[in-house]
Design a binder for this molecule. Structure first.
Ligand code: ATP
Length: 236
């Protein structure tokens, strides 16, 4: 049975059809990749799943909850957390304070410093978020989402701007999430990285679902190569 079931989701901004009739099912415990050219609708889909925007049409079911789409607070309550392309943290608060706000105020959980350790933030707990180097700030974004103790985490380009070593570390972290029972939906333009950790991939193009399959199937699909991989989707 699917953990997440997206049915016939459409959304328009004025005359722009950002998403048209999108349906897919994500089973529990996988890394599900979401790729496509700029403007394909990937972030819009994550915005809908996390309750940031409402779709024009369609429905979502998650973990026995059939009443989606939801508000942001309801999404967190039922176990959906996300990161952003630009990490959203309180710049004037320390890493520890940010994690506490996310855990306690965001989701009613106790602060779990094990998450900081997993993200390699244990030596930075007393540093102010606004002064963190870029890679640590990206990791803080993931730690904030994990502090909500989600069953599904939506990662919006977690590898962007990271060095090769940091990308490897991020990949290992993402795979370890599934071992802990967290399902991952991963938007990423770094195709090599995404294909190395995804179990399955959906390809969006101009708001439509173009393809769904394994990474290997995706990389040899002529339509995917035509609209994205062959056009140098970054690092393709
Ligand atoms: N709030 C908004 N108002 C108007 N148009 C929007 C809004 N959000 C997204 N769009 C439009 O919807 C389409 C899909 O955008 P979206 O950001 O979801 O694409 P994406 O696949 O995430 O792109 P990228 O890879 O560049 O992040 C684009 O044409 C974009 O300009």
């Amino acid at each position: 049975m699917s953990l997440l079931s997206v049915r016939n989701i459409s959304v328009s901004f004025g005359g722009i059809h950002a998403l048209s009739d999108i349906s897919f099912d994500v089973p529990e415990g996988v890394v599900w990749g979401l790729i496509g050219p700029n403007g394909a609708g990937k972030t819009t889909l994550v915005n809908i799943l996390s309750g940031l925007i409402r779709p024009t049409a369609g429905s979502i079911a998650f973990d026995g909850h059939e009443d989606g789409p939801w508000s942001m607070s309801r999404a967190v309550e039922i176990g959906i957390a996300r990161t952003f392309q630009q990490t959203r943290a309180f710049n004037g608060l320390t890493v520890r304070e940010n994690l506490r706000v996310a855990a306690v105020a965001g989701a009613g959980h106790a602060l779990d410093l094990g998450i900081a350790r997993r993200l390699g933030l244990e030596d930075s707990l007393d540093r102010v978020a606004g002064e963190l180097p870029y890679a640590l700030l990206r990791r803080l974004g993931v730690a904030l989402a994990l502090s909500l103790k989600p069953r599904l985490i939506l990662l919006d380009e977690p590898a962007v701007g990271l060095t090769a070593d940091e990308i490897d570390r991020m990949g290992a972290l993402i795979r370890s999430m599934t071992a802990d029972g967290v399902t991952v939906l991963l938007i990423e333009h770094n195709v090599r990285f995404l294909m190395s950790i995804a179990d399955r991939v959906s390809v969006l193009d101009r708001g439509r679902l173009l393809f769904e399959g394994t990474p290997a199937e995706c990389q040899r699909n002529p339509q995917v190569i035509d609209v994205y991989l062959g056009r140098g989707g970054e690092d393709a």
